[in-house]
Write a protein that binds this ligand. Structure first.
Ligand code: ADP
Length: 260
């Protein structure tokens, strides 16, 4: 299906709600969409030992949030590299020698000064359509992103917490490969063993009910101001369903209505 307007979308939903499944289906249905994941970008910087990667490594290992200026720099760099930001100099840049696209190898001070001096403009072309995963995570990040490239649809995905918990309680993983099974609808051929290697399957530590409930509580707490931010901008759309297959057709219909 062809997009006629640029779709700049974020998906927000509790852990286990199926954001990954919906992203994959959207990318298949709308090939002009590209997915950008803040977690993947950060991991690749850590792996490649970039200055930013070295800076954020310990925070990520501890499960904390990376500081806003760093994550914003990363996203801005990614959007610029894809050619989706028109950076127009504002009056301040006319007397600055520092007129360049931010670059991951430049040091922080150079980045911060150039970020303040340029006024990026969104590209209306539908080929500049994307789905952001993991960013923005807080209302402050959302405000910063709006100054860079305003989101025009924030999708909030809902599934009752007990339904998610039931789904998670049936989940088993083969750790070396990342293959995931579910005793409810995608059971391994031999209970407890990986189909390909025959090795044992394990439960993920964060799939335990108590651990999950805590992650859910944290998500609710931080996502509320984020969703309020988008509601105030008039771009929030909420969708509920008991499973991914309930949600997908509603999501497709909304995309078609808005962007096709
Ligand atoms: P998870 O959903 O398990 O947190 P992600 O792949 O989205 O995994 O992120 C991995 C880590 O990267 C996070 O724990 C956090 O340290 C960092 N991170 C990702 N996105 C952001 C963000 N928007 N703001 C701050 N830190 C982030």
């Amino acid at each position: 299906m062809h997009l006629r307007k640029a779709a700049r979308v974020i998906l927000v939903g509790a852990p286990g709600v199926g954001k990954g499944t919906q992203s994959e289906r959207l990318l298949q249905r709308f090939p002009q969409l590209a997915a950008i994941s803040s977690g993947d970008l950060l991991r690749s910087n850590v792996k490649n030992r970039t200055p930013l990667g070295i800076k954020v490594e310990s925070t990520m290992k501890a499960g904390g949030l990376v500081p806003d200026d760093l994550i914003l720099r990363l996203i801005q760099n990614e959007l610029s590299q894809r050619g989706w930001l028109h950076t127009k100099p504002n009056f301040l840049t006319l007397c600055s020698s520092d007129l360049h696209q931010p670059d991951m190898s430049s040091d922080d001070d150079a980045f911060i000064s150039s970020a303040h001096l340029v006024q990026p403009q969104p590209k209306a072309d539908p080929s500049a359509s994307f789905l952001l995963d993991g960013f923005p995570r807080t209302a402050r990040q959302a405000e910063n992103l709006d100054n860079l490239l305003p989101i025009n649809l924030a999708v909030s995905l809902h599934t009752p917490v007990d339904v998610i918990l039931e789904r998670i309680s049936g989940r088993w993983v083969h750790e070396p490969s990342g293959r995931v099974y579910n005793t409810g609808f995608n059971a391994p051929k031999v209970p407890g063993l990986d189909d390909i290697t025959g090795e044992p399957l394990v439960r993920r530590a964060d799939d335990q009910e108590e651990v999950y409930r805590e992650r859910f509580r944290k998500f609710e707490e931080t996502s509320r101001p984020l969703l309020d931010h988008y509601a105030n901008k008039g771009v929030l759309w909420e969708v509920s369903g008991m499973c991914s297959d309930d949600i997908t057709p509603k999501l497709f219909a909304e995309f078609e209505k808005r962007f096709c």
